[in-house]
Ligand binder design. Structure first.
Ligand SMILES: [Zn+2]
Length: 243
């Protein structure tokens, strides 16, 4: 596990059990401690809890799930006495295929995972005004995606909507994805973090927007590297499969 302090009150935990880095982001707000995404299970999230207990004053915890994918929600079961916030579609998706995903991919779980659904859902946005935290609907990578804006530290946590070299497309609504990325560009944030990225700036948004725009208008994609090619092929396969 790698740990990086971000701004005045953020901590980025990066894990590497899956061959790609995967992030959990913690914000130490005035009233609450926010844990964004819960990775692969309770055993690993214990490490995050230990850090929080040592580094921060005791405060209630609020968990946020950026979207329903298994590598971001399996640790929810460690937080069944805390509110777990997500988009209403995230909960719906978890109810439909959460158990199946766990059965299929259980070798990746860390600790005994019990699928635990978000307990507070929304459609547009939720603001924690005293903490300067905005949690809002940002469909793109999937249609249940949400993002977290820490207005105090000017940090945007975008879930899997942003990724290098390019994002995985798992929603057919590419025009909506473009809107989300354009909106990100206008956001008052200097530090941009995705579910599997490093600490980035807005150039990541520009690069990903360029790709998704070209995909949406069915323009020819310029292949930039082997990794780029592989991800692009995966996107094409996914989109073709849905037709
Ligand atoms: Zn995902």
């Amino acid at each position: 596990m790698k740990l990086k302090n971000i701004g005045k009150r953020g901590t980025l935990f990066t894990f590497d059990d899956l061959g790609i880095p995967t992030n959990v982001y913690v914000i130490n707000g005035k009233n609450y401690i926010y844990i964004v995404d819960t990775y692969l299970g309770p055993d690993i999230m214990e490490q995050v809890n230990e850090y929080i207990a040592e580094a921060y004053d005791k405060k209630p915890i609020i968990v946020v799930n950026t979207h329903s994918h298994w590598d971001h929600v399996w640790g929810n079961c460690l937080y069944n006495s805390s509110p777990i916030i997500a988009h209403e579609k995230c909960r719906e998706k978890m109810e439909i295929d959460g158990l199946q995903q766990l059965e299929k991919l259980e070798k990746y779980q860390r600790g005994q995972v019990t699928i635990t659904y978000p307990t507070i859902t929304f459609t547009d946005k939720i603001c924690f005004e005293e903490d300067n935290i905005q949690i809002y609907y940002t469909p793109g990578h999937t249609d249940d995606g949400i993002s977290i804006l820490d207005k105090e530290d000017k940090v945007l946590f975008a879930g899997d909507n942003l990724e290098r070299p390019l994002p995985y497309i798992m929603s057919k609504d590419l025009n909506r994805y473009v809107l989300t990325l354009e909106e990100y560009l206008k956001t008052d944030a200097d530090i941009i973090i995705g579910g599997h990225t490093d600490c980035e700036d807005k150039s990541l948004i520009i690069d990903n927007l360029d790709y998704v725009k070209n995909m949406a208008s069915k323009e020819e994609i310029k292949i930039e590297s082997t990794e780029f090619e592989q991800s692009h092929k995966a996107n094409m396969n996914w989109l073709n499969k849905q037709d």
